[in-house]
Ligand binder design. Structure first.
Ligand SMILES: *[C@@H]1O[C@H](CO)[C@@H](O)[C@H](O)[C@H]1NC(C)=O
Ligand SMILES: [Zn+2]
Ligand SMILES: [Zn+2]
Length: 305
């Protein structure tokens, strides 16, 4: 029973984490993940704010407001650190729980190094997207952008950015967090602490694709580690020869699953985590690839097809 409790707990944690971090994504529109996200980010926060006001009065409220301003309305590296903690933590848990089985029956020792390399390249893509120029429009080069992105007078007609006081090329948008106009603006990515625009969308897509591939790699490698352990410990042989269980997949599977959940629950939890993240990344990637192919960005009005 204890292992099921553990799995349920893991799944619940994952659900909350996914809802919190990705619940506002368009692919979750109208699902319960979106509602959980709304509760965690707005509902619960609202109660917290009222509680602070009740306990500490207006001074507490003002302090909270300035924290909120710093965290949510200004560029800041908090979520960037969260990314590094998540990827570093996952790699750490995989290394401590599974590297002593590598090399194993199905995996050669080289995967100790290739996994490190894969994570390193992932972080490289992260840094590249974070610190690249998204295509800032300023008064000196706005004319270049105006000729590159002409108005079509259907969706985009001549306008001026009220903050920067420069004309707004088609597809550009003023990022209120970074306080600048960005060409072919897609969205402001809190993970990267940067806008995603004309000049860094390809790095962003490479980042998403690469992390999807890392997750799949991790999933397969962990599955092979567990399969190797099963082979080395002769689990099937012991179950059939000593416990007298019939040698068929349907009869053996429950025992094997129970054994795995008992002996390798860390690996199982990591695999569930990787599977969920890879699904999210795949959804996000196809959504963005579709936008790229139809030549629109996330920020454009929905009614034009
Ligand atoms: C316009 O200037 C900004 C700021 O220097 C720069 O980031 C951007 O890449 C420039 N765009 C072009 C087309 O030169
Ligand atoms: Zn602007
Ligand atoms: Zn921005």
């Amino acid at each position: 029973m204890a292992e099921w409790l553990l799995v349920c707990h893991g799944l619940a944690t994952l659900l909350v984490l996914v809802s919190f971090l990705c619940g506002q994504w368009p692919i979750f529109q109208g699902t319960f993940i979106h509602r959980i996200h709304f509760f965690i980010t707005f509902g619960a926060y609202d109660y917290f704010r009222r509680f602070i006001h009740f306990v500490c009065g207006s001074r507490g409220s003002n302090a909270l407001l300035s924290v909120e301003y710093y965290c949510c309305d200004r560029p800041n590296p908090i979520i960037q650190l969260l990314y590094l903690i998540i990827i570093g933590g996952t790699y750490y848990f995989i290394a401590t729980s599974s590297f002593n089985y590598i090399p194993g029956y199905y995996l050669s020792g080289v995967h100790r190094y290739t996994s490190f390399l894969a994570v390193g390249v992932g972080i490289l893509f992260f840094l590249l997207t974070s610190f690249s120029d998204p295509g800032v429009v300023n008064s000196a080069n706005v004319s270049q952008y105006l000729s590159a992105y002409p108005y079509d007078n259907v969706i985009f007609s001549e306008k001026e950015c009220s903050t920067c006081k420069i004309p707004k090329p088609a597809r550009s948008k003023h990022c209120s967090i970074c306080d600048r106009c960005v060409a072919r603006f897609d969205h402001h990515c809190a993970w990267m602490n940067n806008c995603i625009g004309e000049r860094n969308t390809r790095y962003f897509m490479a980042f998403i694709l690469w992390h999807f591939l890392i997750c799949i790699y991790g999933l397969i490698a962990l599955a092979l580690v567990l399969a190797g352990r099963m082979k080395e410990l002769q689990v099937i042989h012991i179950l059939t020869a000593y416990y007298g269980i019939e040698n068929s997949f349907r009869k053996l599977a429950p025992f094997v699953v129970q054994w795995l959940l008992n002996a390798y629950n860390t690996q199982i939890l990591i695999m569930v985590f990787l599977a969920v993240i890879s699904l999210l990344l795949a959804g996000f990637f196809t959504y963005h690839a579709k936008l790229c192919l139809t030549n629109t960005t996330t920020n454009e009005p929905k009614e034009i097809k």
